[in-house]
Design a protein around this ligand. Structure first.
Ligand SMILES: Cc1cc2nc3c(=O)[nH]c(=O)nc-3n(C[C@H](O)[C@H](O)[C@H](O)COP(=O)(O)OP(=O)(O)OC[C@H]3O[C@@H](n4cnc5c(N)ncnc54)[C@H](O)[C@@H]3O)c2cc1C
Length: 284
């Protein structure tokens, strides 16, 4: 079991891992891509770096961490569950246990805005949390990959019927035989108090609920699943960078504030310091 698994290999996650390694903890970093820096053409306000592309800065940080012996794996987290003594992290390729988790997953940018008006009124982001409310109902799930499949498998035993809407994405997984697929682009959601219909152009589908599992797990969907506090689209942490759930920490863009590399790196370092104290207490 790892002392800590850090989700995110951006500046916050890598900085956190570097300090945790220095403290002698057994750490793993899991990241699916280079995060926000991949989109930054040129950075010229990070200490000592001069002008550098976001891509190069991200890789520099990752390579440096690897040279210090930090394990970094290129993978996508699709679920986190509680264990008696920590957490289980399910990725596309593997399964890991850790005493603590750091969410350094960056700013959440891919909300499904079309569904906004029906959140909590038939639209949910967490099968494990809300699936029970849709027992024996006819529902939809929006998604196309292993993250969607994970959520689908949670819902299947509960609901009467489930239709997958890929929203114009290529289906990346094999579905159970009894599941229907709609590949069209979703144009709107309709209903009175509660969601009643999903509209794809000139086609209307009646539904009694809808789960959104598009793209990958992000801080928002992971947080809903784990019962973490969210405010203004940011994870809420205390002065020790710990969320409302003991053992789950967060740092970088995901907790809001100044969305800059310098702040993410600083967050990661301070978070590591507090996490180290937390682990030492656990070991007493
Ligand atoms: C276009 C653009 C230009 C910018 N320009 C500047 C600039 O000039 N100067 C500056 O200081 N800042 C700039 N920024 C901001 C800067 O990039 C961010 O503040 C910084 O990268 C935040 O670091 P982070 O580690 O918190 O998140 P990120 O760097 O976004 O890293 C998030 C990590 O989480 C991983 N992740 C998320 N979900 C999962 C999952 N389910 N499984 C596995 N991994 C997951 C991602 O793959 C990624 O590795 C810019 C940002 C953008 C978008």
């Amino acid at each position: 079991m790892y002392d800590s698994i850090i989700i995110g290999m951006g500046p916050a996650g890598i900085s956190c891992a570097t300090y945790l390694k220095r403290y002698g903890l057994n750490v793993l970093v899991i990241g699916k891509d280079l995060g926000a820096l991949e989109l930054a053409k040129e950075i010229e306000n990070f200490y000592g770096m001069g002008k550098i592309s976001g891509h190069d800065l991200a890789l520099k940080g990752i390579k440096e961490a690897m040279s210090l012996g930090i394990n970094i794996c290129h993978d996508e987290v699709i679920n986190i569950d509680y264990l008696a003594n920590g957490f289980n992290i399910l990725t596309k390729k593997n399964n890991y246990d850790a005493k603590t988790i750091v969410l350094a997953t960056g700013k959440v940018r891919n909300g499904f805005t079309l569904a906004k008006n029906f959140e909590g009124k038939g639209v949910s982001y967490c099968a494990t949390c809300d699936g029970f409310f849709y027992r024996k109902k006819e529902i939809a799930i929006i998604g196309y990959n292993s993250y969607m499949l994970h959520e689908l498998n949670v819902l299947l035993p509960l609901v009467k019927k489930i239709t997958v809407f890929t929203n114009n994405n290529e289906l990346e997984v094999e579905l159970p035989a009894n599941v229907e697929v709609v590949k069209d682009k979703i144009t709107s959601f309709k209903g009175n108090d509660m969601l009643e219909q999903i509209i794809c152009g000139d086609k209307t589908y009646n539904v009694e609920g809808c789960f959104i599992a598009l793209g990958s797990q992000n801080a928002f969907t992971l947080a809903k699943h784990l019962g973490l506090d969210i405010k203004n689209n940011n994870l809420v942490v205390n002065d020790n960078y710990m969320t409302n759930i003991p053992g789950i920490f967060a740092c970088g863009d995901v907790i809001g504030g100044m969305l800059q590399v310098a702040k993410a790196v600083s967050d990661g370092a301070i978070c590591a310091n507090n996490l180290n104290n937390y682990i030492r207490e656990l070991k007493k």
